[in-house]
Design a protein around this ligand. Structure first.
Ligand code: IPE
Ligand code: IPE
Ligand code: MG
Length: 233
């Protein structure tokens, strides 16, 4: 099962307590650790986490810097443990514009864990769904220009294979915390038949118990993919 999470509400969690927004991001990182470690126990074998969008550059430079510092600290601190736990860490999104100090730690953790097989952890940094679709379109166009792909062979599989999530099946379930009901440019190509779950809980307060309840509920869904329910056939 592939679960993808839009981890929203860090800033409000802090502001509600009269704290600076960065304190919410700190607590958000703790929630990431708890959720990731718990995930395999409920049958999740791929988890994709939206950490920084292509639109998040619009935030004050200080907040962006703090987020990157937290990411770096987290990857350095957790790399060995994730390897030991069998978590293969992959990054999706664009590297363009990311500080070298971050991309180096990203490379370090993904190299270290690349043979792990218990669960794949995709972390979306500087990720935008529209940018991903454009990237894939350019790859496909180049293949056609090179003569390695014919126009008639451009199908859903060829396109999926050119996206950042080519190494995974599409997400079964998208979870968004923080109370808003929107996708904010997350996985636009891949959500075609994902189940969607929106929670009012702010990300730093999100617990394994809440994820477990949502995943249980998912198990009872009748996923018809445009066909008919099994009972009706
Ligand atoms: C999500 O929390 C984390 C990132 C986008 C990096 P926010 O920082 O968006 O928190 P709110 O939505 O302002 O509460
Ligand atoms: C979505 O949250 C992006 C991440 C969780 C990384 P935002 O806080 O950026 O989304 P909007 O601005 O509310 O749509
Ligand atoms: Mg937000």
């Amino acid at each position: 099962m592939h679960v993808a999470i839009i981890m929203d509400g860090n800033g409000r969690w802090a502001t509600n307590r009269g704290l600076p927004r960065v304190m919410g991001h700190r607590r958000g990182v703790k929630a990431v650790e708890d959720i990731v470690k718990f995930a395999p126990s409920i049958g999740i074998d791929v988890i994709t986490l939206y950490a920084f969008s292509t639109e998040n550059w619009k935030r004050p430079a200080k907040e962006v810097e703090t987020l990157f510092r937290l990411f770096k600290f987290f990857f350095v601190q957790k790399a060995q443990e994730f390897k030991r736990l069998g978590f293969k860490v992959c990054f999706i999104g664009s590297r363009v514009g990311l500080p070298a100090a971050i991309t180096q730690t990203m490379d370090h953790v993904s190299d270290l864990t690349q043979d792990c097989q218990r669960m794949t952890v995709n972390i979306a940094i500087n990720y935008g769904g529209q940018a991903e679709i454009l990237d894939a379109t350019k790859i496909i166009a180049q293949q056609v220009a090179d003569g390695t792909l014919s126009v008639d062979d451009i199908d859903e599989t060829a396109f999926s294979n050119a996206t950042h999530l080519a190494h995974c099946a599409a997400p079964d379930l998208i979870v968004r915390t923080g109370g808003d009901v929107r996708l904010s440019n997350f996985l636009l190509w891949h959500v075609a038949y994902s189940e969607l779950s929106f929670s009012d809980t702010l990300w730093p307060d999100y617990t394994p118990a809440e994820l477990s309840a949502v995943v249980n509920d998912f198990a009872s869904k009748d996923r018809r993919f445009g066909g008919l329910t099994k009972k009706a056939v």
